[in-house]
Design a binder for this molecule. Structure first.
Ligand code: ATP
Ligand code: PRP
Ligand code: MG
Length: 281
């Protein structure tokens, strides 16, 4: 039985469970359940704090886990990324009161509050900066205003929380994070673990691509195929009208609209974009 850790709370919990559901795995119906058995796929899921997940996986108690890259690095646990999952994107940054042009060197000798002390200490050491790191459990943005710290290092999503507390981010991001699937460093991948990773990879690809279908005059096919080369090459099928063909190709979701504009400009008609639920490439 494969044992897999899934975030039970916070920013990663909802999307992680949705992604596993999309990949065909049974997920919990009750928020408070701490385990779910999926006998069909021979997997047992454990719902744990995202921060604790690298510890369980690094110790070998659990085979795989979903957590944040920033949390995995901060844990210091011996885990490796098997797959980046494309959600829970954030940056981990230094921030300090607005109204001054802060540089990372300005942190020297100051008090720095964070919930990710190892990540921060490692970065300060790399930059040769000596600062006092104060470990807080959360709501770190308020610590400066309350006089506990001079600056912070924290997760930035939309940047709203920083703005609300009159803080500005500065310096290079310490970590560019997203949700990741991790396994124990150097562990042999079992067949069920490889299958779970492949299924999640299928959902990640499906979310990053769209399927485009369009009709195209035969004489313009070369031009249209150059715009939508697909993964191997596009599917081209005859239409009842001898001068026209139907084309089908996967395109990156972020570029779907501009590709549709280009196809229409070339002379394609009935350009349809549809979602892909899952795939194996
Ligand atoms: N606002 C956000 N936008 C995007 N990702 C975020 C955001 N907040 C947190 N994350 C990501 O979610 C993970 C942390 O999750 P979460 O905040 O649920 O954990 P936590 O703060 O350790 O737990 P808790 O505060 O509930 O004890 C990190 O990987 C972080 O990068
Ligand atoms: O840039 P934003 O979109 O505003 O998001 C960033 C905030 O989200 C997270 O907090 P969380 O909700 O996890 O609370 P916590 O500080 O108690 O962990 C993070 O720690 C920041 O405080
Ligand atoms: Mg949090």
């Amino acid at each position: 039985m494969l044992r897999v850790a899934v975030p039970n709370k916070g920013a990663l919990a909802g999307p992680a469970s949705e992604m596993l559901g999309e990949a065909g795995y049974r997920q919990r119906h009750e928020q408070r359940d701490l385990t779910v058995l999926d006998p069909v796929n021979e997997v047992e899921f454990f719902f744990l704090r995202p921060k604790d997940i690298p510890i369980y996986v690094g110790s070998g108690e659990l085979d795989l886990g979903i957590t944040g890259r920033d949390l995995a690095l901060d844990s210091g646990a011996p885990v490796e990324e098997a797959l980046a999952l494309g959600f829970g994107g954030s940056t981990f940054r230094y921030a300090a009161p607005a109204g001054r042009d802060w540089k990372t060197e300005d942190l020297r000798g100051r008090r720095l509050a964070t919930s990710y002390p190892r990540l921060v200490r490692d970065d300060l050491a790399r930059q040769g900066i000596d600062a006092e790191v104060i470990r807080l459990d959360g709501a770190v943005e308020i610590s400066v205003q309350l006089g506990v710290a001079d600056a912070i290092a924290d997760v930035v999503g939309s940047g709203r929380t920083l703005r609300q507390h009159n803080l500005v981010a500065f310096g290079d991001p310490i970590c560019v994070s997203e949700a990741v699937l991790v396994h124990r460093a150097g562990s042999e991948e079992s067949k069920p673990a490889t299958q779970l990773a492949a299924r999640l990879q299928g959902v990640v690809f499906a979310q990053q691509y769209m399927m485009l279908d369009y009709d195209c005059p035969r004489e313009l096919l070369e031009q249209a195929m150059a715009i939508t080369p697909g993964l191997e090459s596009p599917t081209v099928a005859p239409l009842a009208h001898p001068d026209w063909v139907a084309v089908r190709a996967m395109v990156p979701r972020k570029q779907a609209n501009s590709i549709m504009d280009e196809l229409a400009a070339v002379g394609a008609r009935a350009v349809l974009a549809s979602d892909i639920r899952s795939c194996r490439l």
